[in-house]
Design a protein around this ligand. Structure first.
Ligand SMILES: C[S@@+](CC[C@H](N)C(=O)[O-])C[C@H]1O[C@@H](n2cnc3c(N)ncnc32)[C@H](O)[C@@H]1O
Length: 235
C-alpha cells in the first residue's frame, strides 16, 4: 500500500515560513517532539548526523549546538532556504527528496539519521527508509517520529486498521496530505527496509509545556499524539 506516486509536490512550500514561526514555539513541536527525539539521540558530540526532511532546520540547529556534524535536506525549496538562513555555514543544507536516490550521500557515512514528522507524508516509505539504511554506518541509528496511529484513528474515525492517504486542513489553515495506517504496518515497513526497532517511545510533554499550553499538557499526558522509534540495521 505504500507505492502510489506523489501528486502533491512539495506541499510545505506553500506555508514554510508560517510553519517555521509555529514550530519554533508550538506545544507539539517545541515541548513534545523535539525534546523527545533529542533525548533519544543522546550524546551527539562529534557524530555525523543527517536531518532528513529538515524543514526550517530547528532540529539541525539544536544538533549543531550539541556538537554534531550535520547534513540536512528537504524536498521543499522554501524549507531549504529557511534552514540555510538559520544554519549558515554550521551545517550542509541541500534540496533533495527522500524518495530519490540520495546518491550524493556516501554509503555508511552517517552515525545517526533524524527524520522528525516526515514519514507519514511519504508515498514510497520503504524506498525512503532503504535509502537511509544505505547511508548509515553498521552501528548507526535512525530516529523517527510520526503521528501516533491511535491519535490518527481517534481524530479521523473509521477503522483503526484502515490504510489510506488523507488530506487534512490543520488549524492554521494549512492543507496537508499524509498516510494513516496501523502500528503493525509502520513496523512491517521498517523491517522491509532492513531495520529492527531498538526502542519505541510514546512521548510525554516536557514539564515546561504546562505553563504556556496547559490544555495540551493535560491532553498529551492522557493520550498519545506522536510516537518515536530508534531503529538499527538488522544484522
Ligand atoms: C512536518 S514538517 C517537519 C519538518 C522538521 N523535521 C521539523 O519537525 O521541524 C515535514 C517536512 O517533511 C518534508 N518532506 C516531505 N516529503 C519529503 C520528501 N519526500 N523528501 C524530503 N523531505 C520531505 C516537508 O517538506 C517538510 O519540511
Amino acid at each position: 500500500m505504500d507505492s502510489t506516486s506523489s501528486d502533491d509536490g512539495a506541499q510545505y512550500d506553500l506555508f514554510a515560513e508560517a510553519f517555521e514561526v509555529h514550530a519554533e514555539d508550538s506545544a507539539y513541536n517545541a515541548y513534545y517532539d523535539r525534546p523527545a527525539l533529542l533525548d533519544l539521540a543522546g550524546d551527539v558530540r562529534g557524530l555525523r548526523v543527517l536531518d532528513a526532511g529538515c524543514g526550517p532546520g530547528l532540529y539541525s540547529q539544536e544538533l549543531v549546538d550539541l556538537g554534531a556534524l550535520v547534513t540536512a535536506f528537504d524536498e521543499s525549496t522554501e524549507m531549504v532556504r529557511l534552514a540555510s538562513l538559520r544554519l549558515g555555514d554550521r551545517a550542509v543544507v541541500r534540496r533533495a527528496s527522500l524518495e530519490d536516490d540520495l546518491d550524493w550521500i556516501e554509503d555508511g557515512s552517517q552515525d545517526l539519521v533524524v527524520m522528525a514528522l516526515v514519514l507519514s507524508h511519504l508515498d514510497n516509505r520503504v524506498r525512503a527508509l532503504s535509502n537511509l539504511a544505505r547511508v548509515l554506518t553498521p552501528r548507526g541509528r535512525l530516529l523517527i517520529s510520526t503521528t501516533h496511529p491511535t491519535s490518527d484513528w481517534l481524530r479521523l474515525g473509521g477503522g483503526y486498521f484502515e490504510i489510506s492517504k488523507v488530506e487534512e486542513t490543520w488549524s492554521q489553515g494549512w492543507r496537508v496530505q499524509s498516510w494513516r495506517q496501523p502500528l503493525e504496518r509502520w513496523c512491517a515497513e521498517f523491517a522491509e527496509a532492513g531495520f529492527v526497532i531498538q526502542r519505541l517511545i510514546e512521548p510525554r510533554p516536557i514539564q515546561e509545556m504546562a505553563d504556556p499550553y496547559p490544555e495540551y499538557f493535560e491532553t498529551l499526558n492522557r493520550e498519545p499524539g506522536f510516537i518515536a522509534f530508534s531503529l538499527v540495521l538488522a544484522q
